[in-house]
Design a protein around this ligand. Structure first.
Ligand code: PMV
Length: 322
C-alpha cells in the first residue's frame, strides 16, 4: 500500500478565484491553465494500519497546517477503496513552496495520484481531477498537460466540476519565465483570500458574472493559437482578479514593488515587438508567458529588474510525469 507520483504545476491564464462550496471546494468560475514542464511535485504515500493518524512531511518538514486538506483528499480515496488505514505522506517540490508558484496544484494532484496508486484504485482522469479539486481547486488542472480547461460545473455535489485537456503541449509550445521576487510563503493563502474577496469585495459579483465571457475568449484564443488575443484576455483576467482582491476588506495586495516593476518591463518588451504577457497568482511572483523562442530574451530583461531574486524558465509539460 505504498506508491509515488510526480506531477507538474500549472498556472491559470483565465483565473479561478472564489467558490460556491467551501466544503466540496467547488469553484465559482471556470479557468484555463497551462501545465509547466519544469516545475513539479513528487509525492509518496504509504497507508499503514499501525499509524494513529495521517502525517505529512513537505520539503523535509512536518506540516500540520497543511494536513487538513491532505486528509480530506485521502478520505475520498479511502472510502472508495474501503480502507481505513492512515497514511504517511512525504512530498517534495523542486521550486519554492506556498509562494504563489502553484505548489498546491502539483502537490495535491501528486498526492491524489500516489494515493490512488497505493490503494490500487483504477480511476479515470476525470475522477482524479474531481478528487484533486477537493484538495486544491487548481490541482484539478494538473492531472492534464498543455492547455487545460476547468469547468466550474453546476451540480451541488461537484460531479461536473472537473478539468479536461484543451490543447496538447506540443501543439503550441509557449514558454514561461518566472521572476521570483520573494522566497517566503505568502501571508494570506488563496483559500483565505478567496473567502475574504467573496465576503467583502464589491467587485466579486461582477467578477463571477463576467467570467464566462473571459473563458470563451480564452478558449477561442488557445484553440486558434492566437497569441495576441490570449495576451489581451489573460492580462485582463489576472488584473481583474487582483482588483477584486485589492477591493476586499481588509485589502489583499499580493504584489510587491518588484512585481509591479516586472509588469512594466513586460509591457515595454511587448511595445518593442516581443510577444509576451504576464500573469500573477496569489503571491508576488510574476509569470511571463511568451511565444515559442522568446524566453531567453524575456528572461534577460526580467533578471535585470532590481529585486528579482531568481528566474526560472519552463516550457509546457504533460501533467503526470512519473
Ligand atoms: O488552488 P487554489 O485553491 O490554491 O487556488 C488557486 C488560485 C489562483 O492560483 C490564484 C488562480 C488559479 O486559477 O490557479
Amino acid at each position: 500500500m505504498k506508491a509515488a507520483a510526480k506531477v507538474c504545476a500549472n498556472i491559470a491564464l483565465i483565473k479561478y478565484w472564489g467558490k460556491v462550496s467551501t466544503a466540496l471546494n467547488i469553484p465559482a468560475v471556470g479557468s484555463i491553465s497551462i501545465t509547466l514542464g519544469n516545475l513539479w511535485s513528487e509525492t509518496e504515500v504509504e497507508f499503514d494500519e499501525s499509524l494513529p493518524s495521517d502525517t505529512l512531511i513537505l520539503d523535509g518538514q512536518s506540516r500540520l497546517d497543511q494536513l487538513g486538506r491532505v486528509t480530506e483528499c485521502l478520505d475520498l480515496l479511502r472510502v472508495r477503496a474501503g480502507v481505513e488505514a492512515s497514511a504517511r505522506v512525504v512530498s517534495h517540490n523542486n521550486f519554492p513552496t506556498g509562494a504563489g508558484l502553484a505548489s498546491s496544484a502539483s502537490g495535491l494532484a501528486a498526492l491524489t495520484i500516489a494515493a490512488a496508486r497505493a490503494l490500487a484504485l483504477e480511476l479515470s482522469p476525470r475522477s482524479l481531477s474531481i478528487i484533486a479539486r477537493q484538495g486544491s481547486g487548481s490541482a484539478a488542472r494538473s492531472i492534464f498537460g498543455g492547455f487545460v480547461e476547468m469547468h466550474a460545473g453546476s451540480t451541488p455535489d461537484g460531479s461536473d466540476s472537473f478539468a479536461e485537456s484543451l490543447l496538447a503541449a506540443d501543439t503550441w509550445p509557449l514558454e514561461v519565465v518566472i521572476a521570483v521576487t520573494e522566497r517566503g510563503e505568502k501571508s494570506v493563502s488563496s483559500r483565505a483570500g478567496m473567502e475574504q474577496s467573496a465576503l467583502s469585495s464589491p467587485y466579486y459579483s461582477d467578477w463571477v458574472a463576467t467570467s464566462t465571457v473571459d473563458l470563451d475568449r480564452g478558449r477561442r484564443a488557445v484553440l486558434g493559437r492566437d497569441f495576441e488575443q490570449l495576451t489581451n484576455v489573460a492580462e485582463h483576467s489576472c488584473l481583474k482578479m487582483h482588483a477584486v482582491a485589492m477591493a476586499a476588506q481588509p485589502p489583499l495586495v499580493y504584489w510587491n514593488a518588484t512585481t509591479v516593476a516586472c509588469m512594466h518591463v513586460i509591457w515595454d518588451l511587448r511595445h518593442s515587438g516581443v510577444p509576451v504577457f504576464f500573469t500573477i497568482d496569489a503571491g508576488p511572483q510574476l509569470k511571463a508567458v511568451c511565444a515559442p523562442g522568446f524566453s531567453q530574451e524575456v528572461e534577460k530583461a526580467l533578471r535585470d529588474v532590481p529585486g528579482v531574486l531568481e528566474t526560472l524558465i519552463t516550457g509546457l509539460g504533460p501533467g503526470i510525469i512519473g
